[in-house]
Design a protein around this ligand. Structure first.
Ligand code: PLP
Length: 397
């Protein structure tokens, strides 16, 4: 199998010792079908044309690479924002759901399932199912459904069925179990859309390829705007790691480009209320692949905490675990407080209210030292409308 860069997946589905497909035997046929077909299908000119057409006309790509003048002056360097917040539905997630939906159609699937925690991936999935007229079932923890009622309403408006997961802690991992059970029972007509660079092989590679449009555009836009082939640094927040993987993808082999993944430190990595997986995690199996994950000594998942729902995940994608281990990507973390302040700063300096996830990437700027000659690209993964209540409560607006 052809990988596009030296940090890509090997033919066994691994990134170093991370990755693979650790799945119940009943899921083998589903995963095998995907693994055998995904590259062949997504590399055909017909698929590319359809994918790129929808990204252009439906999502609104290319998203701008915006030179943030006042933010740059504030920090004394040159900062570009990759505006994924301007995508239809307000974040990068739709790049992946469109890709997987088109792939599902080519595989003859009639029905889509997904699981969602905060609801963002559920909404992105329900959106593309409405677009193409496919049945959509989204599994969501009962507790999350109460916490994220507006996203439940959005999914329903879009025609999806939202099924509450009522077992265990009634949150994301319970929803994942329900979705897997559904897929085992419906292997022929159903495709399971996973929302980040996680899951059994080939999901992490497939999602990275769909999101890689972000760095393909950054390269071209930066050259047009500044005459530079590559930036000095690319900074992105990491939940599962899909916007980061998309923003890093076409720079992985340019070792001069410093890549920084920003995890959610929550209330601080030592407080027991954090989601900084590369600091707190150990080797383990999560979501069907070997990666780093936050767990107790006897392998129970430790509940993560972050002010931003999209970063509140106890693992990271296996490729990120590998990029961490090889040192190709530097992983850092930012607390809730620091992220919130960075979100407010961007709003006041640039008139852009960012998603709190993206605010984590922005907050890293404050920790850096600049000479004034760098060019920095930040992945602005999403917009802050969904987070307004959190901003209101935090700043007593
Ligand atoms: C879901 C989400 C994230 C985190 O997911 P990744 O897979 O790590 O990108 C980040 N930002 C926004 C706006 C999101 O909706």
């Amino acid at each position: 199998m052809k990988t596009e860069n030296k940090y890509g997946v090997d033919e066994r589905g691994f990134y170093g010792r991370f990755g693979g497909a650790y799945i119940p035997e009943m899921l083998y046929p589903n995963i095998e079908e995907l693994r055998e077909n995904y590259l062949r299908i997504i590399e055909t000119p017909e698929f590319r044309k359809e994918f790129e057409g929808l990204l252009a006309d439906y999502v609104g790509r290319p998203t701008p690479l915006y030179l943030a003048q006042r933010l740059s002056e504030h920090y004394g360097t040159t900062i570009y924002l990759k505006r994924e917040d301007l995508n239809h539905t307000g974040a990068h997630k739709i790049n992946n759901t469109i890709g997987q939906l088109l792939l599902a159609e080519k595989l003859g699937k009639k029905r889509i399932i997904a699981e969602t925690g905060a609801g963002q991936h559920g909404v992105a999935t329900a959106t593309v199912c409405a677009l193409r007229g496919l049945e959509c079932v989204v599994y969501m923890g009962e507790v999350d459904m109460q916490r994220q009622a507006p996203n439940v309403a959005r999914m329903k408006m879009l025609g999806a069925t939202v099924v509450p997961a009522t077992c265990g802690s009634k949150t994301l991992k319970d929803a994942t179990n329900e979705a897997l059970r559904d897929w085992i029972n419906n292997p022929v007509d159903t495709h399971y859309i996973i929302g980040s660079v996680v899951g059994p092989h080939p999901y992490p590679d497939m999602v990275a390829r769909f999101q890689s449009v972000i760095s393909r555009e950054i390269r071209r836009q930066l050259l047009e705007k500044s005459g530079k082939e590559v930036p000095d640094q690319v900074i992105a927040c990491v939940g599962g790691g899909s916007n980061a993987m998309g923003a890093f993808y076409h720079f992985l082999d340019d070792e001069s480009v410093k890549l920084i993944g920003v995890e959610a430190g929550g209330e601080g990595v030592d407080t027991g209320r954090s989601a900084a997986t590369t600091v707190l995690g150990k080797d383990g199996i999560i979501h069907g692949s070997r990666s780093l994950l936050m767990q107790t000594d006897d392998g129970q998942i430790i509940e993560p905490h972050s002010v931003s729902a999209g970063l509140d995940y106890p693992g990271i994608g296996p490729q990120h675990a590998h990029l961490h281990e090889t040192g190709r990507v530097q992983f850092v973390n930012i607390t809730d407080q620091e992220a919130m302040e960075a979100g407010l700063l961007l709003s006041k300096l640039e008139g852009i209210i960012p998603a709190i996830e993206s605010s984590h990437a922005l907050a890293w700027l404050k920790k850096m030292e600049f000479t004034g000659r760098e060019s920095i690209v930040i992945s602005l993964s999403g917009r802050g409308d969904k987070d307004l209540q959190t901003y209101i409560d935090f700043f007593r607006l």
